[in-house]
Ligand binder design. Structure first.
Ligand SMILES: Cc1ncc(COP(=O)(O)O)c(C=O)c1O
Length: 472
């Protein structure tokens, strides 16, 4: 393809992209295809000869689009959002065109220097203290893995890196019963063994109990284990609980344990100063992750990982074969040493575009609008006699269920709400996901799509009530 053809196709694609964003509401939110339906449309073997872009594009819209779940749909209330925005998409186009691999300062100085600067902007925007240095990871899972690895090495004097886990005592990690599964996965990946992850009890607000953490650490110490890391969460995935950083941090300090904070979703709300109470105790925190790719209008993937001691991270992950040496290495940051992967996309560009295009006040308004909408839905649910909230609203996240009069059996209520959720998602009009709150089935609604406005949540609430009452 020559550049003239590229230009022609690119213009056509941009037209389609703009139309898509205009028309995204006309698609079913969650893909309505059955397993294997899309695969059946795809040839079993690759083409021998090149095909025109027009034909490939037609197949994209005809064969693939029906199997896409539309995350940018304003009625997407499932999981946590992965909200994007036009400035972010524009930046991703530039990133793809440059195709730069930004593993070293030298392999694109601007990418490295922009990453450092833009993450310091983000640190300021979120009210994180000075002294935290940032790096962009692909996901919160990777940031948590890096934290656990660094904690492992710091606790063992960098011995595991050299000699393996067999050389040291049993190492233990702590999170709460509400912590996202990525911590458990990372404990497995780090070779520590799932059995050495202690899931600490939570209080009535689903927050990790510092007294229970203290007890678990003492028990493990008494059994000859070495506690290395606590993963606290601001905004748990189920109900959005906030673990108490100060109380947990004091326990960590007492025992020389690393404190990592997973604020993957809720961290974006820190752009609003009124939500910074959750940072109380941040001075006791070693590392912190927030995903602008969840709730800060920046395309997946963009996970901002802040560390207080970059040297510990670099010492844990650094590797320097001959072919990666550069003349400037002693004067610059080579981000390849800050993450598991060597190769790195130019991810800072989209965050830079987003922050500049909206400004801090614009981003504040957008996040605050989502929280205001969630507050309204909370009031509607509270006022409906046949619905109930299953946990307190956290920021823009709600858990509720349908509870019609006359249905008292817990198992029957669970089944009724499961059926309600399926019926809603099968309608294509909105998309929600499920949760268990103290063992009880709940419908989980997270507001955070860029295009979501009041009429979308009003329509969602109307649909939820009508569907429930028809089932009930
Ligand atoms: C609280 C929390 N932490 C971590 C993750 C994992 O995020 P990622 O997909 O960036 O690894 C999620 C995902 O939703 C989450 O809710």
């Amino acid at each position: 393809m020559n550049t003239e053809e590229f230009r022609r196709h690119a213009h056509a694609f941009v037209d389609w992209m703009a139309e898509y964003l205009d028309r995204v509401e006309t698609y079913p939110v969650r893909a309505q295809t059955k397993p294997g339906e899309i695969a059946a449309r795809l040839p079993a073997s690759p083409p021998d000869h090149g095909e025109p872009i027009e034909r490939i594009f037609t197949d994209f819209t005809r064969d693939l689009l029906p199997g896409i779940t539309h995350w940018q749909h304003p009625s997407f209330f499932a999981y946590f959002p992965a909200n994007s925005s036009p400035p972010s998409v524009l930046a991703e186009m530039l990133t793809a065109t440059l195709g730069a691999q930004c593993m070293l300062w030298q392999t694109s100085p601007a990418a490295t220097e922009l990453e450092t600067r833009v993450l310091d902007w983000l640190r300021q925007m979120l009210g994180l203290p000075e002294g935290f240095a940032g790096v962009i990871q692909d996901s919160a899972s990777s940031a948590i893995l890096c934290a656990i690895l660094t904690a492992r090495e710091r606790a063992t004097g960098w011995r595991v890196n050299e000699e393996g886990l067999g050389a040291v005592e049993r190492l233990t990690v702590y999170c709460s019963t509400e912590t996202h599964s990525s911590t458990e996965k990372d404990v497995k990946v780090a070779g520590l063994g799932r059995r050495n992850l202690r899931k600490v009890a939570v209080d009535d607000a689903f927050a990790m109990r510092a007294d229970a953490l203290e007890a678990a650490i003492r028990e493990d110490l008494a059994a000859g284990a070495r506690p290395i890391c606590v993963v606290a969460t601001l905004g748990t995935t189920g109900v959005g609980a906030m673990d108490p950083l100060r109380a947990l941090g004091q326990v960590c300090r007492r025992h020389g344990v690393w404190l990592h904070v997973d604020a993957a979703w809720a961290g974006s709300a820190l752009v609003l100063p009124e939500h910074r109470g959750m940072l109380d105790g941040i001075e006791l925190v070693d590392s912190f992750v927030v995903n602008p790719h969840k709730w800060l209008f920046t395309n997946f993937d963009c996970s901002a990982h802040f560390v207080r001691d970059p040297e510990a991270l670099v010492r844990t992950l650094a590797i320097l074969p001959e072919y990666l040496k550069t003349r400037e290495q002693s004067q610059v940051i080579d981000y390849r040493d800050w993450s598991v992967q060597l190769g790195r996309r130019f991810r800072a560009l989209k965050l830079w575009f987003v922050i500049r295009a909206y400004g801090v006040d614009g981003l504040r308004r957008m996040v605050a609008a989502h929280i205001d909408l969630a507050r309204e839905v909370e009031a509607w649910i509270g006022a409906a006699p046949d619905f109930e909230l299953m946990a307190l609203r956290s920021l823009a996240l709600l858990n509720f269920r349908y509870r019609p009069q006359g249905v008292g059996d817990p198992a029957e209520l669970d089944r009724l709400n499961e059926r309600l959720l399926e019926a809603l998602n099968d309608s294509g009009e909105l998309y929600l996901t499920q949760n268990r709150v103290r063992g009880t089935f709940a419908i989980r609604l997270a507001i955070g799509q860029t295009a979501t406005r009041r009429h979308h949540v009003e329509a969602a609430w109307k649909k939820i009530q009508e569907t429930a009452r028809a089932l009930g």
